[in-house]
Ligand binder design. Structure first.
Ligand SMILES: [Ca+2]
Ligand SMILES: [Ca+2]
Length: 451
């Protein structure tokens, strides 16, 4: 028996659990240990979870996407073999769900994305039959239309829209192969095209788009294990890049992009135990951070971001189908307040010899609305060629008016050797925070000597 078959057997066991009090007790113990493991870890909060109105119908393996500022959730099933055609929409401004025209083909484990105000629902499964079906919902008419089918049927896929085209990745065929397939659908020609296959074949990945690139995280590998893999596809070059793996390997997690970062939530481990885990990936640093866990551990949900808020609807927790809607609102870092600085106050052109053993004085100038000596957190200051250099030596204890405008300015000194200046640099950058934590940033001209 293959690992996947064993896993399928495990799911069947889970499905039967509601008929067996003993199995249910065992599963409850497993779930409790998972919860304890989570609560023992430390998390950076960096945002808050809230519970919203539940869906009108509980379901997992459900697909979802955003049109306008509303969340559309479609299809899905329970773990007892039912498939649904149900479409419902959530309006965040009213916290109300509404049923809409059902999808022509009832199915679970499909994927959905929005293009030009329409909802595209592709693939999926009527267990054990995978589907190539593509159906499109138009909210303006509350009607469905069938479009060109995928070249081959597959379920448990990921999908996302980039530049008006629908990208569909991975998936599998029940009792058949796990797929690395990437195909794109063009609504303007109603045609499908095959693209570079994903490096790691997998099904039920978490998928989203950042800066026109397709991010694919986690999923179930061809070997029947959840993976932590993050791979990114660039449609411009038709190439894949492997990025830093997620801290938590998982299948049937869900992703959304907020402020250029990839949030991945929930999913299941190899035993089908649901995760509450929320992790965020920053493409700028290629690093992952663990955030506050979701209130309800689950996989197989529908998820999307609306106006910077991550919505997670429905899903499965063990054998149970959920109608739960929970939202995560990240704390967004405030943009830095620009401050005026004078490197080497009173002198110009601010010549700096990077080999000097001395310090560079930098004045942070006050204005009518900003009192630098009292408002700047002196311990927070960094200065150099990027502004992130930890080069602070000391700040003068009392303010001094370096530009003669009658307002006392703050003068601090930075160790030249730690500022990182190089020949050719023309600006110095100072960063820091105010006493209440608001970031500040200032720049001034520098001339690096000798030439
Ligand atoms: Ca100067
Ligand atoms: Ca001044």
């Amino acid at each position: 028996m293959s690992t996947r078959q064993k896993l399928a057997l495990f799911y069947r066991t889970v499905l039967m659990a509601h008929t067996s009090k003993i199995s249910k007790a065992i599963l409850t113990v497993l779930l409790s240990s998972a919860v304890i493991a989570i609560s023992n870890q430390a998390f950076a909060q960096e945002g808050t979870w809230a519970t919203k109105a539940p869906m009108l119908m509980a379901r997992g393996a459900v697909a979802g996407s955003i049109i306008g500022s509303n969340l559309y959730v479609v299809g899905g099933g329970n773990r007892g073999g039912a498939f649904y055609s149900t479409l419902e929409v959530y309006d965040p401004t009213t916290n109300i769900w509404t049923f809409l025209a059902p999808m022509p083909t009832a199915r679970e484990a499909a994927a959905a994305a929005a293009i030009n105000g329409k909802l595209y629902v592709v693939g999926g499964s009527r267990y054990p039959i995978p589907l190539e079906t593509l159906e499109v919902y138009d909210p303006t008419t509350n009607t469905w239309t069938s479009k060109a089918s995928m070249p081959a049927a597959r379920s448990h896929i990921g999908a996302a829209a980039i530049n008006g085209r629908l990208y569909v990745v991975g998936g599998h065929i029940h009792y058949g192969p796990t797929l690395d397939t990437l195909e794109v659908y063009d609504p303007t020609t109603d045609t499908w095209t095959s693209l570079a296959p994903m490096p790691t074949a997998r099904y039920e990945p978490a998928v989203s788009v950042i800066n026109g690139k397709l991010y694919v995280a986690g999923g179930m590998s061809a070997f029947g294990f959840p993976v932590d893999t993050l791979e990114v596809y660039d449609p411009v070059t038709n190439t894949w890049t492997i990025k830093a793996p997620m801290p938590t390997a998982r299948v049937a997690a869900r992703a959304a992009a907020i402020n250029g970062r990839l949030y991945v939530v929930g999913g299941e481990n190899v035993y089908g135990i649901p995760w509450a885990t929320l992790e965020v990936y920053d493409p700028a640093t290629n690093t992952w951070t663990s955030l506050a866990p979701m209130p309800t551990a689950r996989g197989w949900a529908a998820a999307a971001a609306i106006n910077g808020i991550f919505y997670v609807a429905g899903g499965w927790s063990g054998w149970r189908s959920l109608d739960t809607l929970e939202t995560f609102t990240p704390v967004t870092a405030a943009p830095p307040i620009p401050v005026e600085i004078d490197i080497k106050p009173g002198s110009y052109p601010n010549s700096i010899n990077p080999k000097s053993k001395g310090n560079i004085p930098v004045a942070i100038l006050s204005s009518s609305t900003f009192d630098a000596p009292s408002q700047v957190d002196k311990t927070s200051l960094t200065f150099g060629r990027t502004g992130d250099e930890e080069s602070l030596a000391f700040c003068n204890p009392s303010g001094e008016d370096v530009n003669g405008d009658g307002l006392l300015d703050l003068v601090c000194h930075f160790e030249t050797e730690k500022t990182g200046f190089q020949h050719g640099d023309t600006q110095g950058v100072l960063k820091g925070k105010t006493m209440d934590g608001t970031p500040i940033k200032g720049t001034d001209y520098v001339k690096i000597v000798p030439k």
